[in-house]
Ligand binder design. Structure first.
Ligand SMILES: Nc1ncnc2c1ncn2[C@@H]1O[C@H](COP(=O)(O)OP(=O)(O)OP(=O)(O)O)[C@@H](O)[C@H]1O
Ligand code: SF4
Ligand SMILES: [Mg+2]
Length: 486
């Protein structure tokens, strides 16, 4: 496969792949918009109400709980059959935790989760076993999630072993079919993960997730660890597989440009809460929550028509507050340029202010003010954002739109690598600083190692359940960690 040479080939393939991704984007909006509108008629596959996940912080000899990390703090949403729900937000806002809780890799602290109309909130490990076939997760790190000591055949066939399923025609044949389905060769069956590029590894992870024909796939940042040029391929593959297999996705991403192309609806999270939930067209064309607007503004829009024009970007100032003691009222009030007294004292409920668009804000954008009497800005509001007006560079060469689009995408990724860059909505840069933490919790989710910090303690009791679904990534991954001295 050409992907094995991805580093060298990346420069050469970027324009074509970026163009391909954009072509699809050009084709898909109507389809997606229709699907989003039509999605209301479709059956609800997953319903989440008041979902909470708090991680206790313990101290002292008696390990008494002194506080809690409120990673997910009361969220409601539904996912309908065949749709893709994108979930975005800054690092640490609780996206991965939400993903692990809805797949029941971790137990919720509060709220309910219904899958196909059945309450699965507190099913025991035994009763969860059949559910593991229906709900699968794709992890962010295609390097850490595949056991380097196992062959691809063994990795992709693990779900069959764990569930005691014998596919028609035998496991090997089925695994080879799955490899083909994700664009790999059946001959890769006996090869090892180190022989594959990141994109190919993620395809292997996808094949493993699809082995048992799941109804719901939760993909946690499925492409963020990949080279930009490969991201489009993997996203497109997931999109194709959705149509082919009738899958339902929850796709978690910090990068709005990823969810934009694949989602029917998008949920924006901030500090453990959903602050806006809308179909993709409404969200991108008329965001209502000031935080969504800032996130949008931080994403470079690869639009050749805008070249030579002036654009304004909202740069959020300040750090994301701690989820241990989130701000009172609206959690965003310490960074919001529209914050008034009511924002500090009263938490805005998530309301449907336009058909298909829910928002939790007293003073939403593009909608009627919910607290018009409250007009005096908090002092923090005045310093909360910086509006930066920048001039788009005119196109230098004719017909170079694709190249520029790829550059814009690459720029977004480059920003992600700059840990101290001024907070351009911090989606990208916070990712870098939160990486270690995310890795740690991912390892925990895969049930592979004892948690290093006291903070992660909360994940321990759930490790066995997690290992089950993360297929073979359980004990072998621990071996790997030991062998690499981690
Ligand atoms: N097992 C755990 N124990 C204690 N705290 C945890 C655990 N897992 C996550 N957290 C905390 O919960 C919060 C949300 O983490 P989570 O990984 O869900 O965020 P995220 O939105 O996925 O971030 P990122 O974009 O960096 O992946 C963070 O403050 C994190 O430190
Ligand atoms: S205007 Fe108020 S309620 Fe709305 S996001 Fe800003 S702080 Fe929150
Ligand atoms: Mg995460």
């Amino acid at each position: 496969m050409s992907e094995t040479k991805k580093t060298d080939a990346a420069d050469a393939v970027v324009p074509q792949q970026a163009a391909a991704a954009e072509d699809r984007a050009d084709v898909t909006p109507e389809g997606r918009a229709d699907r989003a509108k039509g999605s209301d008629d479709r059956e609800v596959l997953l319903r989440v109400q008041g979902l909470q996940k708090h991680f206790p912080i313990r101290k002292g000899v008696l390990q008494r709980q002194v506080a809690a990390v409120k990673a997910v703090d009361g969220i409601d949403f539904e996912v309908r059959k065949g749709e893709t729900l994108g979930v975005v937000g800054e690092s640490g806002c609780g996206k991965s935790t939400m993903g692990r809780v809805i797949t029941r890799l971790q137990d919720p602290t509060g709220g309910t989760i219904e899958f196909e109309g059945k309450d699965i909130t507190s099913l025991s490990a035994g009763k969860l076993r059949p559910l593991r076939r229906d709900i699968q997760m794709i992890f962010q790190d295609p390097y850490g999630s595949l056991n380097p000591r196992h062959t691809i055949g063994s990795i992709v066939s693990a779900p069959f072993r764990l569930q005691g399923v014998e596919p028609e025609g035998g496991v090997k044949k089925e695994v080879q079919r799955l490899l083909e389905l994700v664009g790999l060769s059946p001959e890769h069956y006996n090869r090892y993960p180190h022989e594959f590029s990141g994109g190919q590894r993620q395809r292997i992870g996808i094949a493993r997730a699809l082995a048992l024909k799941p109804k719901l796939v939760v993909a946690d940042e499925p492409v963020s660890a990949l080279d930009v040029s490969i991201q489009a391929q993997v996203v497109n593959l997931m999109d194709d597989l959705q149509s082919e297999l009738g899958l339902t996705y929850v796709i978690i991403a910090h990068d709005l440009s990823v969810v934009r192309h694949v989602s029917d609806r998008i949920a924006v999270m901030y500090l453990g809460k959903i602050v806006e939930l809308a179909d993709r067209t409404s969200l991108y064309e008329a965001p209502m929550h000031p935080y969504t607007k800032a996130l949008m503004s931080a994403v470079p829009v690869p639009d050749p028509k805008r070249r030579g024009t002036k654009s304004e970007r909202i740069l959020l100032r300040g750090d994301v507050p701690s989820p241990i003691s989130p701000p009172s009222g609206c959690r965003f009030h310490t960074r919001c340029w529209k914050a008034t007294e009511i924002c500090k004292t009263a938490e805005p409920p998530l309301l449907e202010l336009k058909p298909g668009q829910q928002v939790a804000c007293h003073h939403p954008e593009n909608a009627e003010d919910q607290a018009p009497q409250d007009t005096v800005l908090l002092s923090v509001a005045k310093a909360a954002v910086e509006l930066v007006t920048s001039e788009e560079t005119p196109a230098e060469t004719e017909g170079s739109a694709e190249v520029e689009e790829a550059e814009a995408e690459a720029a977004a990724v480059a920003e992600a690598d700059a840990p101290e860059a001024e907070v351009e909505a911090e989606v990208e840069d916070a990712e870098a600083s939160g990486e270690a933490e995310a890795d740690e919790s991912e390892a925990a989710a895969e049930g592979d190692e004892p948690e290093a910090s006291g903070e992660a303690e909360a994940a321990k009791p759930e490790a066995s359940a997690e290992a089950e679904t993360a297929a073979e990534a359980d004990e072998p991954e621990a071996d790997r960690q030991k062998s690499t001295g981690k």
